[in-house]
Design a protein around this ligand. Structure first.
Ligand code: PAF
Length: 282
C-alpha cells in the first residue's frame, strides 16, 4: 500500500491509473478505523480496480467546543488494517494540504443541514460537505462509499453531489453493529464500561419505535415522546428522536412509506447517533 500525503502525488497516480483504464473507488474517513470502515473498503473493492482510502480529521466539521483535539488518532493501527485489507493507497494529507490559510469557500447544503445534528453542531454539515467536495475533486473517483450510520451526512453528500453535478457514484453501506446492537463508532471508545452496557438501549429504542410504527399502534409524535422518555429513564440525555421520510428527512406523515428514524443522545459526555431505515407498507 502506498501512503501519500500530497495532492500532486495523488493526481499523478490517478492519471496513470486512468491511462491504464482502471476504475477508482474512494473511502473518505477520519481514521480510528473499525469493522464498519472496513466494510466500506470491501464495497469499494467490489466495484473498482483500485481503492484509495483517506484519513483526515477535518477541523471544519467540529463545532466550537467539540472533540477535535481529543478525537482518537490511531494512524499506525489504521495503516496496518488497510494494508491487511489490501487497499492500494492511503491518502493522509495534513491540514495545510487541504485548507489554504485564507480559504474563503464553503459549501452549504441548505434545508438538509439545519435540523437534527445540524441544529446542535453549528457548521458541521457545511464542514463535511466542503471537505468531501474537496476530496472528491482531488481523487476524482468513479465511486465513493459512505456509512449509513451517519444518515443525515449521507443525504447531505448525495444532495451536494447531485446539485453540483459531481461525476461520482455515491454508495452506502449498512451500519455495522456489535452483538449487543450498538452501532460501531470511533466515539464509542469514550464510553466507560457502565455506559457501554447502557449504550445498546439506543438501538433498542429505534427497534421498538419501528415495531410500533409497523403495528400502527400510536401516532408518530406519541412514539417519539415515548422513546425520548425511555432514553431519559435509561440515563441518556436525548437530543432528538424523530420519524422522518428517508429521502428528504422531512418529518414523516402516516401515509409516507420510506421511513428512517434518526436519533442522537448523550451518554455522559459522549454523543451517540443511530438510525433505522425501513419501508412501511400501506
Ligand atoms: O464520516 C466521516 O468520517 C467524515 O464525516 C467524512 C465523511 C470522512 C468527512 O470528513
Amino acid at each position: 500500500m502506498q501512503v501519500i500525503q500530497s495532492i500532486e502525488q495523488i493526481r499523478q497516480l490517478v492519471r496513470q491509473w486512468r491511462q491504464l483504464e482502471k476504475t477508482i473507488g474512494f473511502v473518505p474517513t477520519m481514521g480510528n478505523l473499525h469493522q464498519g470502515h472496513l466494510s466500506l473498503v470491501e464495497e469499494a473493492q467490489k466495484c473498482a480496480d483500485k481503492v484509495i482510502v483517506s484519513i483526515f480529521v477535518n477541523p471544519t466539521q467540529f463545532a466550537p467546543g467539540e472533540d477535535f483535539t481529543s478525537y482518537p488518532r490511531t494512524l499506525q493501527e489504521d495503516q496496518e488494517k488497510l494494508e491487511n485489507a489490501q487497499v492500494d493507497v492511503l491518502f493522509v494529507p495534513d491540514r495545510e494540504e487541504i485548507y489554504f490559510p485564507d480559504e474563503s469557500t464553503r459549501i452549504n447544503v441548505s434545508g438538509l443541514s439545519e435540523q437534527y445534528c445540524g441544529a446542535s453542531r453549528t457548521g458541521h454539515f457545511s464542514g463535511v460537505a466542503t471537505v468531501v467536495c474537496k476530496l472528491l475533486n482531488i481523487v476524482q473517483p468513479d465511486s465513493a462509499v459512505f456509512g449509513q450510520k451517519d444518515f443525515q451526512q449521507l443525504r447531505v453528500i448525495q444532495r451536494m453531489v447531485r446539485d453540483l453535478n459531481i461525476p461520482v457514484k455515491i454508495k452506502s453501506m449498512p451500519t455495522f453493529r456489535g452483538l449487543d446492537g450498538l452501532a460501531m463508532s470511533s466515539r464509542n471508545s469514550y464510553l466507560t464500561p457502565e455506559q457501554k452496557a447502557t449504550a445498546p438501549e439506543l438501538y433498542q429504542a429505534l427497534l421498538d419505535a419501528k415495531e410500533a410504527i409497523l403495528a400502527c399502534r400510536q401516532g408518530y409524535p406519541e412514539i417519539e415522546h415515548q422513546q425520548i422518555s425511555r432514553l431519559r429513564c435509561s440515563g441518556f440525555d436525548p437530543e432528538y428522536f424523530v420519524i422522518c421520510r428517508s429521502l428528504d428527512l422531512h418529518s414523516a406523515k402516516s401515509d409516507d412509506t420510506d421511513l428512517v428514524i434518526l436519533t442522537a443522545a448523550k451518554l455522559g459526555k459522549t454523543r451517540l447517533i443511530d438510525n433505522i431505515e425501513f419501508i412501511k407498507k400501506i
